[in-house]
Ligand binder design. Structure first.
Ligand code: KG4
Ligand code: ZN
Length: 352
């Protein structure tokens, strides 16, 4: 089936066309994926400004859709009849996220579904981050169930066990800040722009990972939950103690911070794998774009006594985009939502 997917949960207006067969193991093919980022607009606020985000989605959604559907220079005020030909379903993120942003996507998708009589599939944004690994790549295999997933994004950090498609068992999650949020806050402390993750990561490359021994949240507790607020406070203290910091001193903080985040993620992953043995592991979310995390996780999983196949999406499928929402929708196509019953959620747990 060929799916048009829409994602507007935060600050990227995205649309994609994907093709997949849920009865086959071959994964999902991305025909086209368009992302209009709003980063430049939000940088002056040091974070996403919700009102600005939803207005911008309103401006961008039709041009982004036209581009995803390859309508070229078509007049966006009069889409041609053939625009929806060959589309078997419309997928859209219905939560979690910023309500004003989500509504632009859900209302657009519901209207298209209603007027073209096409099935509508409501996808959880977090499921999208997991299904990024089901996008087929030339050199990779499709994940097999049961699997474990680690989702690390700007708003979430969670370990999930899956017995089958869209069957989620939450094993642990953050009790305070998400991993991406910690990167963004530490970036601010180091005077780096929003979104902080890539900047902190770049700065960390020149630093000493052993310079500071920052705390690992809930290290000595049996839980599979995470906590990053103590780490953030420790970084704040380290920065406050040195008001005139050289670039090298900043790099040491960035590197030690990054190590503490990755140590925490790996420690809970190891514990979860001991309790829920699986052969396949999936990493997803914006922080999955982090090179140091990708390397450490790959090496750890390759060296476990019982080897675990590690699936890490390519960079474009880690941060927000619509192709991953389409990938999630392929395996959810038997459960369409009526356009008039499509609800948008600021908070939406993975269910099933
Ligand atoms: O998944 P995502 O694009 O949006 C949410 O669903 O939240 O994740 C965005 C988060 C931001 O906090 C950003 O700083 C972080 O992902 N991020 C990174 C990297 N690239 C993006 N964090 C660490 N290293 C990176 N390379
Ligand atoms: Zn996301």
């Amino acid at each position: 089936m060929r799916i048009l997917a829409i994602e507007t949960s935060c600050d990227e207006t995205a649309a994609a066309v994907v093709v997949g067969d849920p009865s086959k193991d071959s994964g999902v093919m991305v025909e086209r994926s368009i992302v209009a980022s709003q980063i430049d607009l939000h940088q002056k606020y040091g974070g996403v400004y919700p009102e600005v985000a939803s207005r911008e989605h309103g401006k961008k959604i039709i041009p982004v859709l036209c581009e995803a559907l390859e309508l070229g220079g078509a007049d966006p005020t009069r889409l041609p009849d053939f625009a929806w030909h060959g589309i078997d379903a419309i997928a859209v993120t219905h939560g979690p996220g910023l309500i004003g942003s989500l509504l632009v996507g859900t209302q657009t998708a519901a209207t298209i579904a209603l007027t073209t009589n096409t099935p509508l599939i409501a996808v959880n944004h977090l499921a999208g981050h997991i299904y990024a690994s089901f996008i087929s790549e030339a050199d990779a295999t499709t994940p097999q169930f049961p699997l474990m997933a680690l989702v690390v994004s700007g708003g979430h950090t969670m370990l999930v066990y899956m017995k089958g498609h869209h069957q989620y068992q939450l094993l642990g999650q953050t009790r305070d800040d998400a991993a991406g949020e910690a990167f963004d806050k530490v970036a601010k402390l180091l005077g780096l722009p929003y979104p902080g993750g890539p900047h902190v990561s770049r700065m960390a490359q020149g630093g000493n990972r052993e310079a500071y021994s920052f705390p690992i949240g809930l290290e000595h507790e049996a839980t599979l939950d995470f906590s990053f607020s103590g780490l953030k406070t420790a970084v704040l203290r380290a920065v406050a103690a040195r008001p005139m910091m050289t670039d090298i001193a900043k790099a040491d903080i960035a590197a030690s911070f990054e190590r503490a985040v990755v140590d925490a993620l790996l420690q809970k992953t190891a514990r979860a794998l001991d309790q829920f043995p699986v052969r396949h592991f999936v990493l997803g979310g914006g922080v999955a774009a982090n090179t140091y995390l990708r390397e450490r996780l790959t090496s750890y999983l390759a060296h476990r006594t019982s080897r675990v196949v590690c699936h890490i999406p390519k960079l474009a499928w880690c941060t927000d985009n619509a192709a991953v929402i389409g990938a999630g929708a392929v395996y959810q196509s038997t459960k369409p939502t009526l356009p008039e019953e499509l609800i948008t959620y600021a908070r939406l747990p993975l269910a099933g």
